[in-house]
Design a binder for this molecule. Structure first.
Ligand SMILES: *[C@@H]1O[C@H](CO)[C@@H](O)[C@H](O)[C@H]1NC(C)=O
Length: 174
């Protein structure tokens, strides 16, 4: 491996560690992305996936799909699998949705019939206080230590340690 490659690898590691501080992007679903569940027994597959994750304010969801769409709807519309005026709509195949508040969010596919077959999801966004102020990705990548210093929460301390260990490991390997 060339030195350059190692430096590159380090930057990626540090960046990933640093991004834990602020917010997380969740790719919806498992390998297949946002699709109609393949079997009828899977009609809760997205809710199962959601229950395995912890979402907080400012985290984002990434929906990947082909020839489909994502709608954020009300609880009532979710139950009916139908929405004429969704709160949010996107069909660009690569939808990023940001949680701007805590509480419940309801998502369904906008394609007729897909929601009925289980392409729907309820997300609970937790109300966790004391998250650090947002930073640009550049700052996070370049000054991981500095971003950690202001942290007071246990989560922040863990993240700082993670970044520190990652940076140290990187220095040793380079
Ligand atoms: C979310 O981001 C906004 C704007 O970037 C910021 O004002 C707000 O404090 C953040 N909220 C949390 C809980 O991190």
């Amino acid at each position: 491996m060339t030195i350059l490659f190692k430096v590159f690898l380090c930057l990626i590691l540090i960046f990933c560690g640093g991004s834990l501080v602020n917010c997380t992007e969740f790719e919806v679903g498992r390998r297949d992305g946002w699709i109609v569940p393949k079997s009828k027994d899977d009609d809760q597959m997205y809710n199962h996936w959601a229950s395995e994750n912890r979402f907080k304010v400012n985290d984002t969801l990434l929906f990947k799909y082909k020839k489909d769409s994502v709608m954020e709807v009300t609880a009532e519309e979710y139950e009916k699998c139908k929405a004429s005026h969704p709160l949010f709509f996107s069909n660009n195949g690569d939808t990023v949705f940001k949680f701007d508040r805590s509480g419940l969010f309801y998502f369904i596919s906008g394609v007729s019939g897909h929601c009925d077959r289980g392409q729907k999801m309820i997300i609970k966004v937790l109300d966790i206080e004391a998250t650090p102020p947002p930073q640009s990705a550049d700052e996070t990548a370049q000054k991981p230590h500095k971003s950690g210093v202001a942290e007071m929460t246990p989560m922040g301390i863990i993240t700082t340690l993670t970044i520190f260990v990652m940076s140290t490991l990187c220095l040793i390997f380079v």
